[in-house]
Design a protein around this ligand. Structure first.
Ligand code: PLP
Length: 464
């Protein structure tokens, strides 16, 4: 299968090249030239499959000849053997026709493990075949960094450098990164904020001359196609458990960069019967304003109790726009020429978006109340991100009869401060494999917000 850019001017690439590239050279994002689809009968035949076999069926058509069936099966097998629940993505009922899809049973307790465990295995396999060694560099405000580190720590052909803002991530989040003692993992605590970290990464991608000969940078952020693709699988998995394709199933998704919910949109385009996809946002509500008022104008960032959804502009929204503008790359390029400028969608485009997407904004105070209410009514403890998804679903769902699946993107123990505001639980217990997290040794390098010092550190680390 070939992949093309949403801005229509970059060369098309194979699956393997797409995965090992970041942005397209025209500034766009890569998407498949055409989407594989499954008939009702084909979907019905997937009903009893376990998670790994289902993943193989969904992902294989995208991969084409770049991996043999055996290679792909092996990559999938390794990716999900680190999950601590046999179902991989279990469903829990919290109300009549209301379900929680638990996506936090991976090594870092957030849904990003689904994509990043897979991406790490995929990278390593492709790089070994090519005899290449690369450097992964990324900035994190919390969840992505630890999931990327867990995904790459066992990869022979990758060195990974993750920058986080010094003293500005939670202790659980920092320790999940800094207690990984693999030789190829480097944590940099930058004396600055998240934007400084991101700017440092952008500048490094733009000029890679600081790297030793033969090395190049590779991105693991949510624009990587393989991450989106891996996330399509659990929409099928949940819907099949709840009676698809005979039954229609809907989803509510705590949304930041629009990667997770875009995977749900793709599942629908591939044939899964989904009527409604709920975009749940916190106070950083650009997508809610866009869907409800056609107001896509960036506003200053607000720090919320759901930090993994604190974004100003959602990068993956571009992939949806490309589809809604009938895959017209130059229309998308024109619309997004200035990402920081207010954008208004064509009215026909907006009404097509609204056929599938609903949206809802939930503030911090309400988030805390929902955590309390759901615990009191169903004895189920939500993390703040998931609570936003549940509240949004309850407010805007169209059908009370069709199952509504709320994606649970993180384990509550990852955000104990927000949960403690809702409930007088002494301490929210960490899952068994993380119980000694606070006793483990840490390793990180604190560096000033200075490009040349960061590059010097990286070059030295890569030399030894
Ligand atoms: C990353 C993240 C999100 C947002 O997902 P997107 O794909 O960026 O929309 C939501 N919740 C948690 C816990 C996350 O880590």
């Amino acid at each position: 299968m070939k992949f093309i850019s949403t801005r229509g001017r970059a060369p098309s690439l194979s699956f393997a090249d797409t995965v090992l590239t970041g942005l397209a050279s025209d500034g766009g994002l890569y998407v498949p030239e055409s989407l594989p689809t499954f008939s009702r009968a084909e979907i019905a035949a997937m009903a009893g499959l376990d998670y790994r076999e289902l993943a193989f069926r969904i992902i294989q058509p995208f991969v084409g000849d770049d991996l043999s069936d055996e290679e792909l099966r092996d990559i999938i097998e390794r990716s999900y053997e680190t999950f601590r629940h046999r179902a991989i993505a279990p469903l829990v009922q919290t109300g009549t026709n209301e379900w929680i899809l638990e996506l936090f049973h991976g090594p870092t307790l957030a849904f990003k493990d689904f994509a990043l465990q897979f991406l790490g295995q995929l990278f390593d396999h492709l790089l070994k075949k090519r005899g290449e060694r690369v450097v992964v560099m990324g900035a994190t405000s919390g969840d992505t960094g630890s999931a990327a580190i867990e995904g790459c720590r066992h990869c022979d052909n990758i060195d990974i450098f993750i920058l986080h803002p010094h003293n500005r991530v939670s202790e659980v989040q920092r320790r999940q990164m800094t207690t990984v003692m693999s030789d190829n993992v480097f944590n940099i605590a930058l004396e600055g904020n998240f934007d400084d970290c991101q700017n440092m990464v952008k500048a490094s991608f733009a000029d890679q001359s600081f790297l030793p000969d033969g090395r190049r940078l590779v991105a693991v952020n949510s624009i990587n196609w393989a991450r989106i693709m891996a996330q399509i699988v659990y929409y099928f998995y949940a819907a099949l458990r709840l009676g698809a394709p005979e039954k229609t199933v809907n989803f509510s998704v705590p949304t930041g960069n629009f990667g997770d919910i875009f995977a749900g949109y793709l599942a629908r385009q591939m044939g899964l019967p989904i009527d409604q996809l709920v975009i749940a946002t916190n106070a950083n509500d650009i997508l809610h304003r866009c869907i409800s008022d056609n107001d896509h104008s960036p506003r200053p960032l607000v720090h919320s109790l759901s930090p993994s959804m604190d974004i100003m502009v959602s990068s993956n929204f571009e992939r949806l726009l490309f589809d809604l503008y009938d895959r017209n790359g130059s229309a998308v390029a024109e619309l997004l020429a200035d990402r920081s400028a207010p954008m208004h969608l064509d009215p026909s485009v907006l009404s097509r978006a609204r056929e599938v997407f609903s949206s809802c904004r939930v503030d911090d105070a309400r988030t805390v109340e929902v955590i309390r209410e759901v615990f009191e009514s169903s004895e189920y403890l939500l993390d703040p991100h998931t609570a936003i998804g549940v509240e949004a679903a309850r407010r805007v769902r169209k059908s009370a009869e069709q199952p509504m699946v709320c994606l649970s993107t993180a384990h509550p123990a990852k955000f104990p401060d927000a949960v403690a505001r809702a409930l007088p639980l002494e301490k929210i217990p960490l899952p068994a494999h993380m119980q000694d997290l606070f006793e483990r040794a840490e390793r990180m390098k604190v560096l000033p917000n200075d490009l040349s010092q960061v590059h010097e550190f990286m070059a030295t680390a890569l030399d030894t």
